[in-house]
Design a protein around this ligand. Sequence first.
Ligand code: IMP
Length: 436
Amino acid sequence: MGNVICVGGQWGDEGKGKMVDILSERCDMVVRFQGGNNAGHTLVVNGVKTVLHLIPSGVLHPKTKCIIASGVVIDPAVLLHEIDTLKSRNLLRDDSQLIISPLCHIIFPYHKKLDLARENALGKQMIGTTGRGIGPAYEDRAGRRGIRFFEMMDTDKLTKRLREAALYSNAVLRALGADLLNDNEIESMIELAIAHGQKLKPFMGNAQDIIFHAMQKQENILFEGAQGALLDLDHGTYPYVTSSHCVAGHAMAGSGVGFTSPYQVIMVAKAYATRVGSGPFPTELNDEAGASLRQRGSEFGATTGRPRRCGWLDLVALRYACRIHGATSLAITKLDILAGMEKLQVCSAYEINGKRTEDFLWDTDKLDEVIPIYEEMPGFGVLPLKGTSLAQLPKEAQNYLNKIVDFAGVPLGVVSLGPERGQEIWEHEPYSARNS
Ligand code: IMP
């Protein structure tokens, strides 16, 4: 099977990093197609933790090509730091393993300033962004004033573009009542951008073309999504969303290829729910139970360290996510975190204005008001660390998984029982073997 798109089915942090890592062992290529360093993918290999923000999680497999495609926004300082860290750990041994599209838009220091200034101006209505400049960089892209990766290689042009960008940003910052970029900051930003461009130059490659030819050769390609369905710019809980499209359908636009062969969509979802930042979260637990899930699941942001809001699994939202992604299988992660809890709850409907609905609500204010209707399920005890068949799980854990699958109407692909490679049970493996 050639193309697999791996995407998040909740509000991000579903454990996609681990899934991409294990899938990419059998892949020729992993393509990241949206988002930026707002994402944080935590991988644990032989007890060693690696957190990646931009470089596709497939990088831990030396034979897997890693592509940062045009839909991604890049903070060059963060990318260089990630490259250096990987190299210092004897990973990314060959520069040709990483290819960056010339069309990626670049995040500059003024984007971060604008991000924070906008959040401050919003006060209580703030989005709770990661503060990494993601939104303003995508705004510049849509406003047709963004600076793309290949433009970093032309010193004169880059200098001119950055001076213009600084003027524009200062006008917006002034309107927002924020500190402006001073002349020194502008000059050092230009100097640094030129240096970053030169350091990253060896990684620039015609990503579209490379992916196209890999597809023609029917290589195993994995498209790695960031964030999750409910943070999608259009289909998530707008305006409490990120600024890119996280849905599987965007894998094509964000990579610059059209899919001419069949593909699968693996939607990753945690066995419970979390969210960082503001916005509606119908099944949020603001009590001991929520705090306990946070502790058990180490639910603290991989990018910002913020404590994640925690709650029960929302099946209404999960089914909605399956539909907007076109999920062909589910990857349920962190089932082990629920082990030992006496009773579990899953939300299978909402109540709004005294009426019951099983539909996700597009009006974010109304979604904020819904009362979740729960079904109680018996908990389960200790899970095996690994296994080969779902039958090895306690009956109650099997019932919990069946409940999810039946409600979502999408089959189970894999269930993850811990952070390490191998701690998972496959029902259906998308790749049979590496092509080479
Ligand atoms: P931004 O993407 O930094 O603009 O943040 C917009 C919203 O998306 C905020 O609520 C963030 O917390 C959330 N967000 C962005 N990236 C991630 C992620 O990788 N995991 C979870 N939440 C995220």
